[in-house]
Design a protein around this ligand. Sequence first.
Ligand code: SF4
Length: 374
Amino acid sequence: MSNSKNPGLYIHVPFCRTKCPYCDFYSATSLPLVPDWLDGLRREVLIYKDRFAAFDSLYLGGGTPTLLAGRALTTLMDGLFRHLTFSPDTEITIEANPDDITLEKLALLRDLGTNRISLGVQSFDDRELQYLGRRHTARQTEKALEWIRTSGFTNVGVDLMYGFIGQTEASWVQTMKHALDFKPEHLSCYQMTFEEGTPFGKMLAEGQIEPLGEEKERDFFLLTSRFLEEHGYLHYEISNFARSEEFFSRHNQKYWQHVPYLGLGPSAHSFQDGVRWWNHSSIRRYCQALAEGKSPVDETETLSTEQLRLESLYLGFRTRDGVSMRTLHNSSPQADQILSRLQKSGLVRVIKNRALPTREGFAVADRLPLLFSE
Ligand code: SF4
């Protein structure tokens, strides 16, 4: 898996029309705060004006970036391009919800330079969409995907979700098949997790719903990987698939490879030279700090060599690029013996001095680093 060493820029758009019951991303439904947030961003951009080299990825995430009106999107992009430096071939991604997609908005996004869309589809089954609290229908998604193509986008990602209550393996396969009808360049398939503080998380804690269980989760995971690889997609990170290396998410790879990135907006995280920092989550606190000429950073941590090595282990085993032998040997004096056991059980392959997780290895990726750090 190759990637440039140029930094990436993330913008957190912390607004949603309604909250989905499983989601723990920071966002609010208070749309009247959009102008204050934009003003905060304008000020925050200036703080970082000369602190990063040219960005070659820009990712508008959230929240729901596509709910912003045309004027807000234009102001946002103008501010970024005026004060920060970008490579000419920058990958510019926007996360989109099907119910926001119109031909007019797509034309504007193209004019603003967006060249990649990541569409939050989740399912093609209307009953499942309702259960997930989504605002769109399968028909709206179909229309959105048609329009995205007719508007000239040639790098389209579809986000899907599996492993929630009521979904069967058959309906999941149907959803994946339906997504493939549109030949997306990229697919992200996220397993449902029950996050503390979300409505689903509360229902789980109160015993109103039961999670799938480890075995079923594993079945869904392996089914997904097998199905998409059989249909020509590369499984390049636990939750991510692409039609070819060209379509690996350039931006997300920066997170997995410790390449510097700058995150702007409430709750956004940044990383540079072994230091990680993140902003206040509350939109009001974020805006207030910036309006008073203060930093919106909530906390900063400097990672030791040891912490960076551990992170490389965790992140590496989640990607098909795996972990270098050097990192493994630095992690454990028993590295060779552990590796040989993992190879025998079919969880890892060793190629060109790297330990690469197999599909079965991906299924237990979070446990593999533990073996080397005991
Ligand atoms: S899943 Fe997306 S649309 Fe739903 S609340 Fe989370 S960020 Fe908003």
